[in-house]
Ligand binder design. Structure first.
Ligand code: FAD
Length: 415
C-alpha cells in the first residue's frame, strides 16, 4: 500500500503553519480583504521572524564553498514547502503571497545564478528587515505568449551595464520588492527583439535602481491583500553581472536561456496548485461544517442515486479535492526525486485551478444566501480561487502543455 503520510518532522511544521493560518491569517483575513492595499503586518512580522533564521541557515549552506555530499533519497524540503503552501493558503491565499521571501524571483536565482549572484541577491533575506522577491514576465502585449516580450536590455559597453526599457504589468509583490523593502525583481527582457525566444534573458533588478517606477496598483476581484502592480523601466541600468544564466548574448540561435527560465515554472506550478488546493479545502470544510449543523452529512454506505442532492454535491467536491491534491503531490514528489515533472506540474496546476474554482463556487451555492454574504468566508474564497486559473500559465495554456506532451506534438503543431 502506498502511504501518503507526511514524515513526522513535516507534520510538526504543518502544525505550526496551521497555528499561523488560524490565529494570524484567519483572524485578519476579512480586514485586509476590505482594506485592499494595506499590508498584513501581523502575518509579515510573524513569518519574517521564522523565515529570516531559516533563510540565514539555508543560504549560508547554499553559498558554502565546501562541496556538499551527494543527497540520498528525495529532497523532503520540497514536499515540506508544498504542504506548508497548502496550509497557509487554507488560512488566506492572498496573504500567503505576501510572505516576506524571495519567492519566484529567488527560485530563478537559485536555479541558474552563480555563487556570487546567490550571495549578492539572497544573503540579505537572512538578515535585517522583511524583504520580498518578484518575477516580471507579463507585458501589455505579452501574456500567454512569452516570446512576444518587448522590454529590451541593451549592453552599454562603456559602463558595462545593461540598460532596460519597457513595461511590465500584473507583477505580484512588485511594490513590496522594489519600493517597500530592499528586495529585487527578476525581469525578463530581450537582447534581440528579432530573435524571438532565443533573445529573451532574465535580469535581476534590485530595489533602489534608478529608472524603475511603480506606475499602477491593481484593484482586484480576489487575493486583494496581495500586491499587484505595473512597473516601468526607463533607462534602468543594472550591472553586467545581473544577467541570470549565460551572459553569452551572441548565442542567438539557442533557446537554452529561455528554456532555463521556463524551468522555474516546473517548480512554481506545483506551488500554485497547492495554494489552490488550500482554498478548495477551506471551502469544502466550511460547507461540510455548516451542512452538518443542519443535520446533512454524507452517508457513504448508500448508493449515489439514493443520496440527496446535497450529499451528491458534497461527495463530488470531496472526490475532486482528493484528485487535485494527489496530482499536486505527484508533481511535487517527482520534483523531490529529481525527475522531470513538466507534464505533472501542468496537469496539477490546470486541475487544481479548476477544482478550487468549482469547489469554492459550490460551497457558496450549498450555503444558500448566507454563502453569498460576508457573514462567512465562502464568498471571499470563491473570489480568491479564480486567480489559480489565470497566473503561472492559464488553465488553457497548461492544458495545451499537457496535450502536447501526451500527443507528442511540438509547440508549432499544437497552439
Ligand atoms: C493577480 C495577478 C497576479 C499576477 N502575477 C504575475 C507576476 O508576478 N508576474 C508576471 O509576470 N505575471 C503575473 N500575472 C500575469 C499572468 O501570468 C497573465 O495574466 C497570464 O499569463 C495570462 O496572460 P494575459 O493576461 O496576457 O492573457 P492572454 O494571454 O491574452 O489570454 C487571454 C485568454 O486567452 C486564452 N489563451 C491565450 N492563448 C491561448 C491558446 N493558445 N489557446 C487557448 N487559449 C488561449 C488564455 O487562456 C486566456 O483565457 C499576474 C496576473 C494576475 C491577474
Amino acid at each position: 500500500m502506498i502511504s501518503f503520510e507526511m514524515p513526522e518532522k513535516i507534520q510538526n511544521e504543518l502544525q505550526m503553519a496551521q497555528m499561523v493560518a488560524q490565529q494570524v491569517m484567519r483572524a485578519t483575513t476579512r480586514k485586509y480583504d476590505d482594506q485592499e492595499h494595506e499590508r498584513p503586518h501581523e502575518y509579515v512580522n510573524v513569518m519574517w521572524q521564522v523565515l529570516r533564521e531559516q533563510n540565514k541557515r539555508r543560504f549560508e549552506r547554499m553559498i558554502d564553498d565546501d562541496p556538499k555530499p551527494e543527497r540520498e533519497g528525495p529532497n523532503w524540503a520540497i514536499v515540506r514547502l508544498i504542504a506548508i503552501v497548502e496550509m497557509l493558503s487554507w488560512g488566506d491565499a492572498g496573504m500567503y503571497l505576501c510572505t516576506p521571501d524571495p519567492l519566484l524571483g529567488g527560485a530563478a536565482v537559485e536555479a541558474v545564478g552563480t555563487r556570487e549572484q546567490k550571495v549578492r541577491f539572497l544573503k540579505k533575506f537572512g538578515e535585517g528587515e522583511p524583504k520580498w522577491g518578484a518575477m516580471a514576465i507579463t507585458e501589455p502585449g505579452a501574456g500567454s505568449d512569452n516570446s512576444a516580450i518587448r522590454t529590451t536590455a541593451v549592453l552599454d559597453e562603456a559602463t558595462n551595464e545593461w540598460v532596460l526599457n519597457g513595461e511590465k504589468i500584473f507583477i505580484t509583490n512588485g511594490r513590496l520588492a522594489l519600493e517597500e523593502s530592499d528586495g529585487f525583481c527578476v525581469v525578463w527582457a530581450t537582447v534581440d527583439p528579432q530573435a524571438g525566444r532565443a533573445g529573451i534573458k532574465s535580469f535581476v533588478v534590485e530595489a533602489g535602481t534608478p529608472g524603475v517606477t511603480v506606475s499602477k496598483q491593481e484593484h482586484k476581484l480576489g487575493i486583494r491583500v496581495s500586491d499587484t502592480v505595473s512597473l516601468v523601466f526607463k533607462n534602468a541600468r543594472v550591472p553586467y553581472d545581473n544577467i541570470l544564466g549565460s551572459p553569452e548574448v551572441q548565442e542567438k540561435k539557442s533557446t537554452r536561456g529561455f528554456k532555463g527560465a521556463m524551468k522555474t515554472f516546473d517548480a512554481s506550478r506545483p506551488a500554485v496548485a497547492a495554494s489552490a488546493m488550500g482554498v478548495a479545502r477551506a471551502s469544502l470544510e466550511l460547507a461540510q461544517e455548516k451542512l452538518a449543523e443542519e443535520g446533512i452529512t454524507v452517508d457513504y454506505t448508500r448508493p449515489r442515486h439514493e443520496m440527496s442532492a446535497y450529499e451528491q454535491d458534497l461527495i463530488e467536491m470531496e472526490a475532486q479535492q482528493k484528485a487535485g491534491w494527489l496530482l499536486t503531490l505527484k508533481s511535487t514528489v517527482k520534483m523531490a526525486h529529481g525527475q522531470p515533472n513538466r507534464l505533472d506540474a501542468s496537469m496539477a496546476k490546470a486541475r487544481a485551478g479548476e477544482t478550487a474554482t468549482f469547489i469554492s463556487q459550490k460551497a457558496v451555492e450549498l450555503l444558500g444566501p448566507l454563502g453569498y454574504t460576508k457573514e462567512l468566508l465562502a464568498e471571499k474564497w470563491m473570489r480568491d480561487a479564480k486567480i489559480n486559473d489565470i497566473y503561472e500559465g492559464t488553465k488553457q495554456i497548461n492544458t495545451l502543455i499537457v496535450a502536447r506532451s501526451i500527443l507528442g506534438y511540438s509547440r508549432r503543431e499544437l497552439k
